[in-house]
Write a protein that binds this ligand. Structure first.
Ligand SMILES: [Fe+2]
Length: 243
């Protein structure tokens, strides 16, 4: 994983510092209340608090996190990961966008295109998520996925500009399943794809946005999924909604 201190400086460094300071202040009372619990139980309690906050603030994002966690486990299983790594991967998926707690609603829910400045703000969310989660030692294995889930295989992503297998495996898996879920479920912005069209888009971006081997594995997995399951091919997998 990239050294946190070596990552490129944000153009919005002051805001980043303020946000990173503010988010833990919101969560700290809950953490303090669970201080006498064993570390793993304490981490679970804290994660549940974060996910509850997300569900209350943005139920669409909460549902996305749950689906990405499940899809990540499915792809990780197909890739042959151990049970321990699968657990960490699923929790990386559940938490990958937790840093969006630090991004204003008017930016996250803005219909249409973001301005360059707004997009720079959104790009802070992997760093914010990392900052939030790194205080829980029991969640250390989730950090690479959270920090690097927007890295592109060709090095054009963020925050580290990592390329190829420099990108942690969990982050390469999340990059694929996060994209698939974002394309196939309604959200405020962007086009809504059928599962078939989303897989075509993933294949088109393989080698540039995503790991080509893992992308093919995921496409094979989805094409063999029974009809009627979320994201399965050949049927309506979601209610109509905003694109
Ligand atoms: Fe994200």
């Amino acid at each position: 994983m990239a050294d946190w201190n070596s990552l490129p400086a944000s153009s919005d460094a002051l805001d980043t510092a303020l946000l990173i300071g503010a988010v833990p202040r919101v969560i700290t009372p809950a953490v303090r209340a669970s201080r006498r619990l064993p570390p793993r139980r304490r981490a679970q309690t804290t994660v549940q608090a974060w996910l509850l906050v997300i569900d209350v603030r943005d139920p669409v994002l909460g549902a996305h996190l749950r689906r990405v966690g499940r899809l990540a486990r499915d792809l990780g299983t197909a890739a042959g990961l151990t049970d321990v790594d699968l657990d960490a991967l699923e929790w990386s998926g559940r938490l990958h966008d937790v840093g969006k707690l630090g991004i204003p609603d008017e930016i996250l829910n803005k219909p249409g295109r973001l301005t360059a400045a707004e997009f720079e703000r959104v790009k802070l969310h992997p760093r914010l998520g990392y900052e939030l989660v790194r205080h829980q030692a029991a969640l250390d294995a989730t950090l690479p996925g959270i920090l690097h889930h927007h890295e592109n295989f060709d090095g054009s992503g963020y925050p580290g500009g990592l390329r190829g297998e420099e990108i942690p495996l969990s982050a390469r898996i999340l990059r694929i399943v996060d994209s698939f879920d974002a394309m196939t479920w309604p959200r405020v912005y962007g086009e809504l794809f059928t599962a078939e069209a989303a897989l075509r888009e993933l294949r088109r971006g393989a080698g540039a946005a995503t790991d080509p081997h893992l992308t093919e594995l995921f496409c094979d997995l989805k094409q063999s999924a029974p009809l009627g399951q979320p994201g399965a091919l050949g049927g309506a997998t979601r209610p109509p909604g905003r694109a």
